[in-house]
Write a protein that binds this ligand. Structure first.
Ligand code: PGA
Length: 256
């Protein structure tokens, strides 16, 4: 089945790597993935490494993303960073609403929505994360949870804005646990999300928006996840910290 959406593999480094470790990583990654045109590759280092990584990757075809953002332009918000600052640092993507932000830092759907709107105003691409807890899956309310997150997160956006963004479906029970969702389960929820986007923003938008799977993605499970009709890439945590495994994922997503 031929998809006309370019797959996007993004590495979420979380709170790992100093700036010099990050530079070593991207130099090795560069040579490992050079010439790859079939997959869009993004690395999301911690804030300390954003600028050096952007500089090291200039002209290389690997984009850089941030892991969080505040919705205000500037102000007395100790410890926060604004969309304009990330744009100025050379970021193109911003992960928003990751489950760790929701769980440990009180991120709400309303905040996610503010952040999505704020980064779009700066021509940055949001990677908006959604996903259910294990207890919610066991209670059979996965679709309801994901629907609420999508509806609230995308509230007030135009179809054109939604078409250009990335949504990451990450079941919380699969993150960092080694337990990947089955291909069928991942496809089922991601297909549901695409259907919901179609209802809310129209078929054309739904056909364009890229939806990633995330949660214990590894080189070995990438190809079969990517073969699902609605899965357009992966948001990778643990396996993105190692050049060999991240490269394996990129190659598997490119079909080689
Ligand atoms: P994982 O993390 O690949 O280590 O499960 C995914 C994520 O948190 O985005």
């Amino acid at each position: 089945m031929v998809k006309n959406r370019k797959p996007i593999i993004a590495g979420n480094w979380k709170m790992y790597k100093t700036a010099s470790e990050a530079l070593t990583f991207v130099r090795e990654l560069q040579s490992a993935v050079s010439g790859n045109e079939d997959v869009e590759v993004v690395v999301c280092p911690p804030f300390n490494a954003l600028v050096p990584v952007v500089e090291a990757l200039r002209g290389i075809g690997i984009a850089v993303g941030a892991q969080n953002v505040h919705w205000e332009e500037q102000g007395a918000f100790t410890g926060e960073i604004s969309p304009g600052m990330l744009k100025d640092a050379g970021c193109r993507y911003v992960i928003i609403g990751h489950s760790e932000r929701r769980q440990f830092f009180g991120e709400t759907d309303a905040n996610v929505n503010r952040k999505v709107k704020a980064v779009l105003q700066h021509d940055l691409t949001p990677v908006m994360c959604v996903g259910e807890l294990l207890s919610e899956r066991e209670d059979g309310i996965t679709e309801k949870v994901v629907r609420d997150q999508i509806e609230a997160g995308l509230e007030g956006l135009t179809p054109g804005q939604v078409a250009g963004m990335v949504i990451a479906y990450e079941p919380v029970w699969a993150i960092g646990t080694g337990k990947t969702a089955s291909d069928a389960d991942a496809q089922q929820v991601i297909g549901f999300i695409r259907g919901l986007v179609s209802k809310l923003f129209g078929e054309e938008t739904a056909a364009q928006v890229r939806i990633q799977y995330g949660g214990s993605v590894k080189p070995q499970n990438t190809a079969s996840l990517m073969a699902q009709p609605d899965i357009d890439g992966a948001l990778v945590g643990g396996a993105s910290l190692d050049v060999e495994s991240f490269t394996g994922i990129i190659k598997a997503a490119a079909g080689n």
